[in-house]
Design a protein around this ligand. Structure first.
Ligand code: OXD
Length: 306
């Protein structure tokens, strides 16, 4: 089996891990490019990669989101694209979102401000039963986040493209469902993939439907949120705070107004890092199964965008 590895970073670590997991494969690392390979293993590959190398069996994306790969103009049509599902990301995402939800519920930002001002003033405790958490996106990661939040007792609501049941989560779909979820979400968590249908979804209309003082957490892609609308909703007091791990432009430019905003917490796209060992184990097992002609998980529906 011939493989091409083309990653934007950590090429040596990916190479070593794939070489160990698939010892019988012939592994080429871009720009060492043969004319044809069976499988390509890629993360943000350069467009020339698919011009120079014909991929015959499948392309495995070394990340959960395929928005960058699907945007590569030379991506061959008709070759299946696989994406990572969980591969160690779900637990990380659950930690990150739980931390953000608990910080909002326990008013950590307000107490930090009081500390700066040396103010000793217990605040009135918020009612957990009235502190709704709305999860946009209920795939593998969204479901893991819901499971992590469930023991705390917040009312959980989830929004998915297609109606489905998730234990312990009131599920919503379609535009009316979205409006109902927003009206009851003191924290709104964005976990949707970036597709033509979701880019810019969290704009003024969505933000204004949240209860006053609500918190927004974005852990999927920056393009989902209209950044100027988010700033406007924070600045006029409609939103309480935002915890942002992803941005329309990454790294976030030095002059961006988010950096110094007193009610925005920023992290540099770390909510769920791609773990090389877990990812390689998953991709190697899928490639081996695919080569044997078996059905594999994680096949992307290109029309849907994830
Ligand atoms: C991913 C990411 O999509 O790291 O895997 O954002």
């Amino acid at each position: 089996m011939r493989l091409l590895l083309a990653t934007a970073s950590q090429a040596q670590a990916w190479r070593d891990a794939f070489a160990a997991a698939l010892p019988d494969a012939r592994l080429h690392v871009w720009p060492d490019a043969p004319a044809e390979v069976d499988y390509a293993l890629v993360w943000k590959p350069p467009p020339e990669c698919f011009e120079r190398v014909k991929v015959t069996r499948a392309i495995a994306n070394l990340g959960a989101g395929v928005d960058a790969l699907l945007a590569v103009p030379t991506l061959p049509a008709g070759v299946p694209v696989l994406r990572l599902t969980d591969a160690g990301m779900a637990a990380q995402m659950a930690e990150y979102v739980t931390l953000a939800v608990l910080a909002a519920f326990r008013e950590q930002r307000e107490y930090a401000q009081q500390q700066r001002e040396r103010v000793w003033r217990p605040r009135r405790r918020l009612d957990k039963r009235a502190f709704g958490v709305g999860l946009l996106g209920m795939g593998v990661l969204g479901s893991a986040v819901a499971a992590a939040l469930a023991p705390f007792g917040f009312p959980l609501r989830g929004w998915a493209r297609t109606p489905r049941d998730v234990p312990g989560v009131a599920m919503y779909a379609e535009a009316e469902g979205l409006h109902a979820l927003l009206a009851a979400s003191n924290v709104l968590v964005c976990m949707l993939p970036s597709t033509p249908a979701t880019r810019g979804l969290v704009g003024a209309d969505v933000l204004r439907r949240l209860p006053r003082g609500a918190h927004v957490v974005n852990v999927s892609r920056g393009e989902l949120v209209v950044e100027t609308d988010l700033l406007a909703a924070l600045d006029d007091g409609h939103l309480g705070s935002a915890t942002l791990d992803v941005f329309a432009e990454e790294p976030l430019p030095a002059g961006h107004p988010f950096w110094h905003h007193p009610r925005i917490v920023i992290t540099p796209h770390v909510s769920a890092a791609t773990l090389i060992d877990d990812s390689v184990a998953q991709v190697a097992a899928r490639i081996a199964a695919h080569a044997r002609g078996e059905r594999v998980d994680g096949v992307v529906d290109r029309a849907r965008g994830y």
